[in-house]
Each structure stands twice: as structure tokens, then as C-alpha cells.
Design a protein around this ligand. Structure first.
Ligand SMILES: Cc1cc2nc3c(=O)[nH]c(=O)nc-3n(C[C@H](O)[C@H](O)[C@H](O)COP(=O)(O)OP(=O)(O)OC[C@H]3O[C@@H](n4cnc5c(N)ncnc54)[C@H](O)[C@@H]3O)c2cc1C
Ligand code: SF4
Length: 345
């Protein structure tokens, strides 16, 4: 598989990058690590005329804490996130998710967190070689009129399999998007279109520069299921986070930690990571070691996520739905253990 021809542009400054994006618009694609983009280009899934590389923009690679938030530059390599004590301690779910992405080589040498969030939705019927796809009618995402993943599918149901985005949704993250004329901050939960062909509410001349994660003492955890432990995408994944408090009388703890707020997000089950509001709010006021409440929330998560999923990530739908319950329950118990440990310190 060979790359199609393209013009390579390597701007040195943020200003130049935004100028180039404004000039080339839909003709151009941003190149970060290239581990998603170049694979799609080799498979003939897209052929941008221009690639604008972020390689020289070292100012977009950082992790730091500002007031009550962790700020991560979009070009930060996955390996830096995995190795960061700050992320490990205060945004554990993200650290655990990045540790599962691809393989060590991909995390260390190429993959960035921005590229991870903005990787294209996937589908086993579509993410194939040109030769494979040429054997049958094109689907919606290939410019045709049918969908192989859902009977009578009237649109594209390709699946978001980003580990990073699922963890970030559970952490309540925001994204900073910059263009030549504008800068905006958007909640990750509102960043998706629900259209598998164009999954993000982002213009072609916008650049993702920063990810902001609220860090207000929450505890989080991430679990995922994939066929292989490396070089494989998740077939189900779940991120959770808790904000907890201790109930005290005269300074003595009387009934352990309570969950003030929980966030549960499930990935690889729809066109975006799914924030499960009902399952999340069912945990408000529950004890942090209330396994019965966790089981109920996990079941509710499965019921809410199931209608979004289709047959397109290489495993039966029934199995993936059943595994949502397992992944959410495991992530909840991991977060509970971490909460108990943190409160004992
Ligand atoms: C073998 C293999 C296994 C993989 N396994 C996993 C996995 O388990 N989990 C997982 O989540 N992913 C996986 N991936 C997908 C991918 O490698 C990672 O998501 C990686 O983090 C993508 O980052 P990148 O910098 O290489 O993105 P790129 O390929 O450079 O970019 C991805 C997309 O985002 C756009 N983009 C990138 N940065 C910006 C920016 N700052 N502003 C605007 N647009 C931008 C690009 O134009 C492109 O469309 C795998 C990939 C491969 C090849
Ligand atoms: S979900 Fe349907 S339309 Fe979308 S890529 Fe897969 S087969 Fe094509």
C-alpha cells in the first residue's frame, strides 16, 4: 500500500500553521503523529492535497496544572502522559487509557493525545484496503447509499474507538480550538455530531491546541476490552470518575465516603464516547463501597449504551453489550478502591 501524492508543509510557528489552515481549508489535513491519518491515506480512504505537519510546534507539547485544572497540549506524546505523575495522580483514567493505546512504539514515537481524540471513526466494513472495498458497492462513508453495519442503515454508524476520548469524557474534559479568527473552548461531551462520516463539530481551518481536565479532587479509573493486549483497538471500554466526601460527626467518620458526583462514559459503542447520565446520577449519595449500587449503575449503563452500537467493530453486539456492564463495574470498583486509599492517607 502506497501513500497518494501530497504537498508537505512544515510550519515553525502557531501563526504560520493557522495561516496555512485558513488558506488550504478542506484541501489540507493536519499531520500530528500520523498513526491514524497515514494509515487511512495508505488504504485509499482519503487523499488530502496538502499535509500540514505539527512536528515543529514544540509549544503544543506540555502537561501542567493551572488553578483547578490539568492542561495538556494537543501534540503531547502519549508516552509523556503515561509517564506524568500529575496525570497518574489526578486524572488516573487518562493515564490508564493512554497506557492501553496501540503499543509502546506507537505511544513513544508517534501518537499524540490530540490525534487520539481526533482519529476518525472506524468500521470493519470500511477500514479495509481499496482492493477489499472494490469488491462491493460503496457504503455511505465511501460515497454510496448503503450501510453494511446496520440493516437499512440510512446513514453512517461508524464507531469511535478512541481510548483517550472515552477517559476524557468521564473526566469532564474541555477542548481548546483555535483558528485564524477565533478561539473557543468546547465541552468534549458537546464536540460530537452523531454523524459517522464527519464525527466532530470542528471546522477544517481549526486547530486543537489544548485539553483541559478539571482537577478538583476527583478519583477516576479506566477499563477496556480488546482481543489483544497490544496493537488493537477496544471493542468496549469504560471510564468513570467520582467526587466524594466524608460524612463526619464531631470529626469522626461515621459512615465512610459518599459519592457526591459520578461520571460514567462508555467507548466503542457508538459514533462518539457515550456519557451515561442516568447511570452516573444513580450513584449520587451512594456509599463508595456500595457494590449493589455499582452493579445497578453498570446494568443501567449497559441498557443505555446498547441501542447505539452496531455490528462493526469485530465482535458480536450481544457480547459487547454484556461486556459494557463488566467494564463499567470493574472501573467503578477500581475508582472506589482508589477513593478509599486516598481518604486513608
Ligand atoms: C496498529 C494501531 C493500533 C492502534 N490502537 C489504538 C488503540 O488501542 N486505541 C486508540 O485510541 N487508538 C489506537 N490507534 C489509533 C492512533 O494510533 C492513536 O489514536 C494515536 O494517538 C493518534 O495520534 P496521532 O498523533 O498519530 O494522530 P494523526 O494520525 O496524526 O491524526 C489523527 C487525526 O487527527 C487530526 N489531528 C491531529 N492533531 C490535530 C490537531 N492538533 N488539530 C486538529 N487536527 C488534528 C489529523 O488531521 C487526523 O485526521 C491505533 C493505531 C494503529 C495504527
Ligand atoms: S457504519 Fe455503514 S456507512 Fe459507516 S463505514 Fe460502516 S458500513 Fe459504511
Amino acid at each position: 500500500m502506497r501513500l497518494p501524492r501530497f504537498e508537505y508543509l512544515g510550519p515553525d510557528t502557531l501563526e504560520d500553521t493557522l495561516d496555512l489552515l485558513a488558506t488550504h481549508k478542506d484541501d489540507a489535513k493536519i499531520l500530528a503523529g500520523g498513526t491514524d491519518l497515514l494509515v487511512r491515506m495508505k488504504k485509499g480512504l482519503l487523499a488530502p492535497r496538502v499535509l500540514i505537519s505539527l512536528k515543529s510546534l514544540k509549544q503544543l507539547s506540555y502537561i501542567n496544572k493551572k488553578e483547578n485544572a490539568i492542561c495538556i497540549g494537543a501534540c503531547t506524546p502519549l508516552a509523556d502522559i503515561i509517564g506524568s505523575d500529575l496525570v497518574q495522580n489526578e486524572a488516573t483514567a487518562l493515564s490508564q487509557a493512554c497506557d492501553k493505546i496501540g503499543a509502546v512504539s506507537l505511544q513513544h514515537y508517534r501518537g499524540t493525545i490530540g490525534g487520539n481524540i481526533l482519529q476518525n471513526n472506524r468500521c470493519q466494513h470500511y477500514n479495509q484496503s481499496q482492493f477489499h472495498r472494490s469488491g462491493r458497492q460503496p457504503c455511505h462513508k465511501d460515497g454510496g447509499k448503503i450501510c453494511y453495519a446496520r440493516d437499512e442503515g440510512d446513514r453512517c454508524y461508524s464507531t469511535c474507538q478512541s481510548d483517550g476520548a472515552t477517559a476524557l469524557m468521564a473526566l469532564g474534559a474541555k477542548l481548546v480550538l483555535i483558528s485564524k479568527e477565533n478561539e473557543r473552548t468546547v465541552d468534549l461531551a458537546n464536540f460530537y455530531t452523531n454523524d459517522g462520516i464527519v464525527p466532530f463539530t470542528m471546522e477544517s481551518h481549526e486547530l486543537l491546541t489544548e485539553i483541559i481536565i478539571p482537577a478538583t479532587g476527583n478519583v477516576s479509573a479506566y477499563q477496556r476490552l480488546a482481543y489483544r493486549s497490544a496493537i488493537d483497538y477496544p471493542i468496549v471500554c469504560a471510564g468513570v470518575s467520582f467526587v466524594c466526601s466524608n460524612k463526619q460527626v464531631d470529626g469522626a467518620k461515621i459512615d465512610g465516603a459518599k459519592i457526591d458526583e459520578a461520571k460514567i462514559a462508555v467507548g466503542a459503542m457508538g459514533r462518539s464516547p457515550l456519557f451515561l447520565a442516568q447511570a452516573s446520577s444513580s450513584l449520587t449519595g451512594k456509599g463508595v463501597s456500595d457494590l449493589g449500587a455499582f452493579q445497578e449503575a453498570a446494568k443501567q449503563a449497559m441498557n443505555s449504551a446498547a441501542p447505539f452500537a452496531v455490528h462493526n467493530v469485530g465482535s458480536s453486539l450481544e457480547y459487547r453489550c454484556a461486556m459494557v456492564e463488566q467494564m463499567v463495574f470493574r472501573a467503578l470498583t477500581d475508582a472506589a478502591k482508589a477513593t478509599t486509599a486516598a481518604m486513608a492517607e
